[in-house]
Design a protein around this ligand. Sequence first.
Ligand code: AMP
Ligand code: MN
Ligand code: MN
Ligand code: MN
Length: 274
Amino acid sequence: MKVDLHTHTDRSDGTLSPTGLLEYLRDQGVEVASITDHDTLAAYNDRLDMQGLTLIPGVEFSANVGTTGVHIVGLGVEPNGAAMRTASERQQSARARRADAIALALEKVAGTGLRAAASDLAGGRVPGRPHFAQALVEQGLVKNSQQAFKRYLGKGKRGHVATDWPDMRTVNGWIREAGGVSVLAHPARYRLNRNKLLRLVREFCEVGGEAIEVISGKQDPATTRQLAEIAESHKLLASKGSDFHSPTQTWLKPGRLPPLPSMCVPVWEHLPLS
Ligand code: AMP
Ligand code: MN
Ligand code: MN
Ligand code: MN
């Protein structure tokens, strides 16, 4: 079965509308999917019926573990209930404050128009860092988004501002309250050494985390094996997702994700698929 449980739309930093994304996934042969926008469930306000594609309501929350920013995906959540509403409102106000702070921090290099330019690129919603990156590209300050992160928005750079994201316990509480399963997103992307990664996973388990992404986007097989072993030894369910943002990411096709290693217990077997 083709499964992709981590994707983005233009309700956060993806480029396709929710319906456009589902059409794209269907055309790629994906049978079970989740839209997991950053800190918002706005996509689920749209009518999202797509023949042949089972959609699991989801979200990707930002959290802090000490000074490390991590992402936690909630799958199978009730998108319109009180828990997700409270959570997304809290996260969106943190995002709005952060956007102001990024614009201020970059005012000397990018001028006063950066916040408005980034908002425009976000379709009037609160801009995330990729929108700031794109705005910096359009100003000619950098040649691409990658460079914008490297020079201005990444950790340790002028435009990287501390954000009061909640801790993992809080986020897992929100997800549980909404009836969902919490998934530690893209564990290999935090650039932690093995000991630190294991410590993060243990802490995630201690605060009620239930699953990890064993496959995230384009990932080398050795990493997949390592994450599968971590999932097994910590009795975590396994998820997989492309972290799709745009069809221009040609190296990353949602329909082409490899299967989970056989030792894994797939998280979707523990979710109601209606
Ligand atoms: P935000 O949630 O606003 O902090 O933005 C995080 C998003 O920025 C991630 O989900 C990616 O889509 C994107 N991103 C993070 N790091 C990079 C990078 N080095 N180059 C390009 N995009 C990045
Ligand atoms: Mn993103
Ligand atoms: Mn993420
Ligand atoms: Mn993501």
